[in-house]
Design a protein around this ligand. Sequence first.
Ligand SMILES: [Zn+2]
Length: 448
Amino acid sequence: MNNFDTTIDKYIEKNIERYIDEVVRLCSQPSVSSTGEGVVDCANLVGELLSEHGIENTIFKTDGNPIIVGRVQGAGDKTLLFYNHYDVQPPEPLDLWLSPPFEPRVTDDAIYARGAKDDKGEFVSRLAAYDAIMDTYEELPCNLVFLLEGEEESGSPNIAKFVREHEDLLKANGAIWEEGKLEYGDQPSLLLGVRGVLYIELLVNKMKIDAHSGYAHILPNAAWHLNRALALLKDNEDNILIPGFYDNVRQPTNEELNAFDAWPDLETDLRTQFGIDKFINGVSGNQLRYAVFNPTCNIAGFGSGYQGPGTKTIIPAKAKAKVDFRLVPDQDPEDILRKLRKFLDVNGFEDVEINVLGKMWPFTTPMDDPLVRLTAEAGFEVYGKQTLIGPLSGGSSPAYAVGGFMDIPVVNPGIGYWDNRSHAPNEHIRIKDFINGTKQIARIISRF
Ligand SMILES: [Zn+2]
């Protein structure tokens, strides 16, 4: 650790109260994208905060919630982009919170509030890292771009278009994403890839109204029809049967698979958490992590007919299923949608309507990218531990919209740990994680 790093670290520790106050201020402003509650006020607050830190910024209108871009000119030519979002998940169920979700509670070692981790605390941590660098060096070694959207928790429907339309403003050589966290044992981790997603509704409408089931020998049943369509999609070993579904799947390298071997055991946790004794296809041990390279077809919900107590003898007129496909590199949700439509049509299910609710593309950063190395080195200095590298995670994010479109590496060091309760009651961050995560980001800025 050089002298500069010591000065950076001291600055962050000395000024921690200011940043706790800023997290509290942001989290006191509700900003639930699924209901719209408070999002515009929160966007304005983000702009105010950036300005207070001396960062010029613009609040852009979109077809959805505002997007904010802040920029700071540095001494070097390179530009580092921070992606964060100011919207949050709905706070319900409220009765499980130990303090109200939008009235942040600060204890000796943590801040409890909806958004404390996901993702307002992480944004403030980046402001703190920027302050620490400016205080230490008096200028930035590289340019910084802050990109904040307000629809991440609703599938980020507008970010890709925004990035395409504002390429000049956003142009960067690397990006720091959100959602970073320590794994069990306080081991730093980086997830270098996300899966894509195609989220659809399948709708069957067979009759104007439900009918008496005494007509079941002559009237069509929407539930049966949709069941048969769904049953076409997968075999008993979970292989997806849509022709061409696997065409663009890029096989993981041995290096990518082996990277998972350093990660802690997943099996025991999953067994306890979900109360199951067998995984799909009997997978166990490390295979549970390798299996993230398998794309999925998941029924997220199914509804038709009578589901109340006792009997009601009807033939359902309508049926609906929600289905999500998690896609791996280099699958394309639009290609999968075309193949699914064709498959349903040739099998006599032209009348099953497909309603697209969301789509995202997969994205990965190569494990040997210099930004990955720099981030892991900075992590080692701060935590004294090697960084666990995960080449792909199970979920999806709009990383493709920034990393894929600009063809730049994306990494996600952050301020979380394994039990932040993001999206759940009693979401919180540990103050020590805020301090360490900020020290790591400051090092990345100083050496980028
Ligand atoms: Zn988030």
